[in-house]
Design a protein around this ligand. Sequence first.
Ligand code: FPP
Length: 253
Amino acid sequence: MSFKEKIIKEKLPLHIAVIMDGNGRWAQKRGNKRVFGHKNGVAAVRDTVEAAAELGLEYLTLYAFSTENWNRPRTEIDALMSLLVATINKEMKTLLDNNVRLLTIGDIGSLPVSVSDKLKIAVEKTAVCGGLKLILALSYSSRWEIVNAVRNIAVKIESGELKSQDIDRRIFEQFLNTAGIPEPELLIRTSGEYRLSNFLLWQMAYTELYFTGTLWPDFRREDLYKAIVNFQSRERRFGKTSKQIKKNIKVDC
Ligand code: FPP
């Protein structure tokens, strides 16, 4: 029985987040420059997105460029930015054909105008799509996002639009980049590293973590199916007991 056949359709995670790691090592193992790994990582992105859309997944977030990635060599940053523009150009039709809506999180204003303009157009064009929501995290980090949220809340308090005593979890979440997006139920990180790397730290308080040694350019739909099957075998207790969960007692965390 293949991993795909083992997936219980009614128990799909609502939202999967992915830390696509290992491009550089994949290239270096082949005696190539790191950029070669990023280029080959695009095939993994395509296959993962297609498989997610086919399965009927609602949200898929890909960590494509972190705030910290700005510290990489200029040539690598430029190559990644060009790759983004080229990929969006090439994949627009496929996104529309597969009913995939593109969204972004992160400091999009810090990206080169050629990238932010392209993203804006792609987000607008796919706004009509009602299938998978594909969220690209670009120039994103959780600490940046949380500090930004706190600053914006402070502005509202200063202007009298918000009262400090009214701030609770729900209000705070409205100020995050992910407002309106359900938190990930499953995180996949490739390349054998066991870290969250400043990714969706608030949102992943109760996310199931799945680590695989596969380097991102080698990641394919079978790997996604395997991660989902693993997720479906877990009992999510949210601090409650196994007995309470089996009795289906409502959980609000
Ligand atoms: C991490 O591998 C990967 C990145 C920083 C970039 C991810 C980009 C892509 C997969 C290509 C384009 C993406 C889209 C959405 C079109 P690494 O460079 O840190 O690898 P290493 O840990 O082996 O050095």
